[in-house]
Structure formats: structure tokens, C-alpha cells
Design a protein around this ligand. Structure first.
Ligand SMILES: [Zn+2]
Length: 260
């Protein structure tokens, strides 16, 4: 049976039978993979910490048919992210990152840039305090990388671009159409999310800037509130369901100014 190796992050982990584990990995070289680790709960030495949620590892696996479950042979741990596991808010944020990737990624569809983004956001949340704007940045980048990016450069109906809209302070976004709508084209009756041009431009910058310069972009409170009204509903609309981990963040941390 062919043996493979790749950098991987554990995005889901559940016990199976007496001693096995069924896992989902987001890997750099093979995309999303599901696998079984035989005896993972008995053989502590072989798999200690390696197969926990969030773990970043060098995964070694057998793959006979190029489909279905792979067989996990072993793994070398690269990062364990201890603070994500110990701090509730970090854990909730990290869980949302994993769930978003799990839902957007197709099995065995390689997306190395999405892997690098997930890894960089896990490292970030392990080392700095969780901030809401990081959630929005992660959403914008992942939507882009998986081909779901909302159309925000021009009105989807009359095709007017930003440059021609300087006088108008507000535009709208239509979830159904997946595009920006200008004030002239907005009609009552359609569900539209109001946005300022500043927010629209910021979202576009977040989508395009190099990853290592992302930290330099800052959300104003208006941009934070508007993008929070736009992006989660847009993702729910695209995926056809609301992500549990995002609802948990809203219920637990929204409307609370105190940092945990
Ligand atoms: Zn228009």
C-alpha cells in the first residue's frame, strides 16, 4: 500500500469503536482527508497529542485507492497550540476556523493557500488575544480562496464602480444575488444589507493584501459592525446552513465588551 506524508491540521476527531479514532485533516498537499487511526487510544506513545483537535503535524498515512478513508500510520507533531485549548474564547474562535474550513473544503481538493491561512490564524490566536476583526478577516480570505468571494467592486445591476459612486455614502449587498447593489438600483422588497463604501473598500483590501501585511489593516467600529452584518449571513447563505461554532461565539461573546 502506498505511503504518503504531508503537513496537516486536525480539524475533527472522534472516537470509534474500542480503541480507534476517525479523523478529518486539512492537509497542505492533499486537501481535506478523512482517516482512521487504528489503536490510537491504546497506543499513547505512538499518537500522544498528535491526533488532538487543532494539532499541526507531519502526517504519515497509507492510501490504497485514492478515495475514502486513509489509514493513519503515524505523525510528528509540529504545533500543539496549548493556549487555544486552555482559553475558552480562543477555543471558540479556533473551532470556528476549523468548522469553516471543513465546510468549505471539498474532499481531496488541494488548496495550499487555504492551509497556510488556517495555520497562520491558529498561530495568531495561540499567541495574541482574540479579536473580532480577525474573524472577519479569516472569513473574507477563506471565501476568496474557495471561490465564494462576494462581488463588491461594482453594482451588480447597473455595473457602476466605486469611482462613480463617490457622492453616495451608502450601498447595499444582496445575499440572493451575491453582489453589491447601488442606491439607485436598490428597490424596496428585496432583502438588502446596507454598507458604507469604506467597509466595501476595506473588505476588498483584506481579500487582496499579502498575508504577512494583513495585520496592518484595521477595522473601524463601523466596518466591524457592517461586515459582521454581511459576512456571517453570506456564509450561511452560501453553505446552506448556519455554522454551530459561529452561533456559539455570538451567544457567548456578542454584546459583551469585556475581554475573556
Ligand atoms: Zn446600480
Amino acid at each position: 500500500m502506498p505511503l504518503f506524508t504531508t503537513p496537516a491540521i486536525v480539524t475533527r476527531s472522534m472516537n470509534y469503536g474500542e480503541s480507534d479514532k476517525i479523523l478529518t485533516f486539512f492537509t497542505r498537499d492533499f486537501g481535506k482527508l478523512k482517516g482512521i487511526a487504528k489503536g490510537a487510544r491504546r497506543s499513547k506513545k505512538r499518537f500522544q497529542n498528535v491526533l488532538s483537535l487543532f494539532s499541526h503535524l507531519r502526517l504519515i498515512f497509507f492510501d490504497r485507492e485514492g478515495m475514502g478513508l486513509v489509514r493513519v500510520e503515524s505523525g510528528d507533531i509540529l504545533h500543539t497550540f496549548p493556549r487555544i485549548r486552555e482559553d475558552l474564547k480562543r477555543f471558540y474562535y479556533g473551532n470556528y476556523y476549523l468548522e469553516l474550513v471543513n465546510e468549505m473544503a471539498g474532499e481531496r481538493e488541494v488548496n495550499a493557500a487555504a492551509f497556510d491561512l488556517l495555520l497562520s490564524f491558529l498561530i495568531d490566536i495561540d499567541s495574541t488575544a482574540p479579536e473580532e476583526e480577525r474573524l472577519r478577516m479569516f472569513e473574507i480570505r477563506m471565501l476568496s480562496l474557495f471561490g465564494y468571494r462576494p462581488h463588491l467592486t461594482r453594482c451588480g445591476l447597473c455595473k457602476r464602480g466605486w469611482e462613480e459612486m463617490k457622492e453616495s455614502h451608502s450601498v447595499f449587498f444582496s445575499l440572493e444575488r451575491g453582489t453589491m447593489i447601488c442606491d439607485r438600483c436598490s428597490k424596496s422588497g428585496e432583502r438588502l444589507i446596507p454598507l458604507s463604501l469604506g467597509t466595501v473598500r476595506l473588505i476588498d483590501q483584506v481579500a487582496q493584501v499579502e498575508l504577512d501585511k494583513l495585520r496592518r489593516l484595521k477595522f473601524t467600529s463601523q466596518a466591524l459592525s457592517e461586515s459582521g452584518e454581511l459576512l456571517p449571513p453570506f456564509i450561511t447563505h452560501q453553505l446552506g446552513k448556519e455554522l454551530k461554532s459561529l452561533r456559539a461565539i455570538k451567544e457567548r461573546f456578542e454584546n459583551s465588551k469585556s475581554e475573556i
